[in-house]
Design a protein around this ligand. Structure first.
Ligand code: NAD
Length: 459
């Protein structure tokens, strides 16, 4: 529960200025069961519509998102802090991909036809019923979007519980889509953990969650009573391994961008950097140079590349990780993390070790932590020494890097690039970073119950 909730109203604060951007009413917990019931009734009709008709409703909403991208992108930036170009791009991206996305999901949900010598079967991919989608603040429209669209396309109705940090853009998103949907097919619950808990405990059939590992564990525990279906996309501690034969400047540029983008508040941010000791001094200097090319400021300022942290609590969490590291022997290279309000300067730490919190827990801030290794086996062991397993990257000669990449315990591994896969790949975390996944044919099918209908072949 955050300190910004004071009354039945949730104020959304601009992290750059502390000003109130707007407010929404907090949903009383006692109203949540009735909302779920309405969603259940609406689902009976929604599931009868064809995939094409469901897609057509969503595509209309997508067009409005594109038309209103500048306005809604500014709202997103004022509420969450990221640079305006990224805020507008996030809104436009959700709208612009809608047509292709719904087409891909419809293709993924077609029934499968199977037969052997004696039996003919059809595997249908049917909706579960009511889906609770619970989302974080760091990509406050694309995170809801990536759960809401596949859930709706599959014929579920959805109740979205967005982060209490970014309720306004989520409200706008739901209003845009709902204008083209039957009532109660998509609804929204505002509030923090209390509302999230009530939704998970309510009569929902599937829970799709993106957020921290700690919250994910609580949700899984609560959902286990009713054996509800759960999809969890959780936090990460992504390693970047820089091999001796890497293009040093390219690796350093990637390290800076991927450590500092969105002020480090990305689930697949580079949180740990392992560099071959033979090239470490040159890499560290290049990293420092690239870090200096990213101006920090308010997202609405044109020159800003790195916005503020979402709130003081997150800022202090990052500072406490840096403090702990420095106390245990890490060096701050160049400028330190000097904080002004919610703003943190990008920081490069060297000489870090696995005894430090900053190499073990998710930091979620603009800090690049560099540790040197002596040989490839040590690099692999260090990269895998974590309970997390979301993304990873390896920079080096292409074959060498690919061979190291295959040995990393992550769900998504980039070779001389970030971890995102080609269109149609799953977004998937290994180990404690995920439980289920989304995107891809298999990801879309997770929002459905498989049902096999079989008959005997005539003899
Ligand atoms: P969070 O876990 O604190 O909150 C996420 C959502 O869960 C919010 O809407 C919150 O109100 C709700 N919530 C909190 N406690 C709850 C409970 N007990 N029951 C039900 N709902 C509850 O995470 P956050 O700070 O909003 O987001 C940052 C985290 O999200 C980071 O760990 C980041 O790595 C992760 N993340 C993961 C991905 C991914 O794809 N794997 C993507 C984006 C963010």
């Amino acid at each position: 529960m955050t300190d910004i909730i004071t009354a039945p109203v949730l104020h959304s604060l601009n992290p750059a200025t502390g000003e109130v951007v707007g407010s929404v009413p907090i949903t009383p917990v006692r109203e949540i069961p009735a909302m779920i019931q309405r969603a259940r009734e609406a689902q009976r009709e929604w599931r009868r519509m064809s995939l094409e008709d469901r897609a057509a409703c969503l595509v209309r909403g997508g067009k409005v998102l594109v038309e209103r991208a500048d306005e809604l992108g500014r709202l997103l930036t004022r509420e969450m802090g990221k640079p305006l170009r990224e805020g507008v791009g996030e809104v436009r991206g959700c709208g612009a991909w809608m047509e292709e996305e719904t087409r891909d999901i419809a293709a993924a949900l077609q029934p499968d036809h199977l037969e052997d010598e004696r039996t003919i079967s059809t595997v249908f991919h049917d909706p579960y019923g009511v889906c609770a989608a619970i989302t974080p603040w760091n990509f406050p429209i694309s995170m809801p979007h990536s759960l809401v669209i596949p859930a709706l396309m599959a014929g579920n109705t959805v109740i979205l519980k967005p982060s209490e940090e970014t309720p306004l853009i989520a409200q706008a998103y739901v209003e845009v889509l709902s204008a083209f949907l039957p009532s109660d097919v998509l609804s929204i619950v505002h509030g923090a953990d209390e509302q999230g808990k009530a939704l998970v405990a309510g009569d929902v059939d599937i829970i799709a969650f993106t957020g921290s590992r700690e919250t994910g564990k609580k949700i899984l525990g609560s959902a286990s009573g009713g054996l509800k279906r759960v999809i969890l996309e959780l936090g990460g501690k992504d390693p970047l391994v820089v091999l001796h034969d890497a293009d040093i400047d390219k690796a350093a540029r990637f390290a800076a961008l991927n450590s500092f983008r969105n002020a480090g508040q990305v689930c697949v941010s580079t949180e740990r950097i392992y560099v071959d000791e033979r090239i470490a001094p040159e890499f560290e200097q290049a990293l420092l140079r690239h870090a200096g090319e990213l101006p920090v400021g308010a997202g609405e300022d044109e020159s800003t590349r790195i916005g503020p942290m979402i709130n003081l609590r997150q800022r202090d969490h990052v500072l406490s990780h840096v403090d702990d590291a420095v106390k245990k022997g890490a060096h701050v290279l160049g400028q330190g993390p000097s904080a002004q309000g919610n703003f943190l300067q990008p920081t490069v730490l060297t000489g870090v070790s696995h005894e430090m919190d900053i190499m073990r827990e998710e930091t979620f801030g603009p800090v690049a932590c560099v540790m040197r290794f002596r040989n490839d086996d040590e690099a692999i062991a260090l990269a895998n020494d974590t309970p997390f397993g979301l993304g990873a990257a390896v920079f080096g000669e292409e074959e060498h890097a690919a061979q190291i990449g295959r040995q990393l315990d992550a769900g998504m591994i980039g070779i001389n690039k970030g971890c995102g896969g080609a269109a149609g790949s799953p977004w998937v975390g290994a180990k404690q970073s995920g439980y289920g996944y989304h995107s891809s044919r298999e990801g879309h099918r997770q929002f459905t119950q498989a049902r096999v209908v079989s008959r005997s072949k005539p003899s």
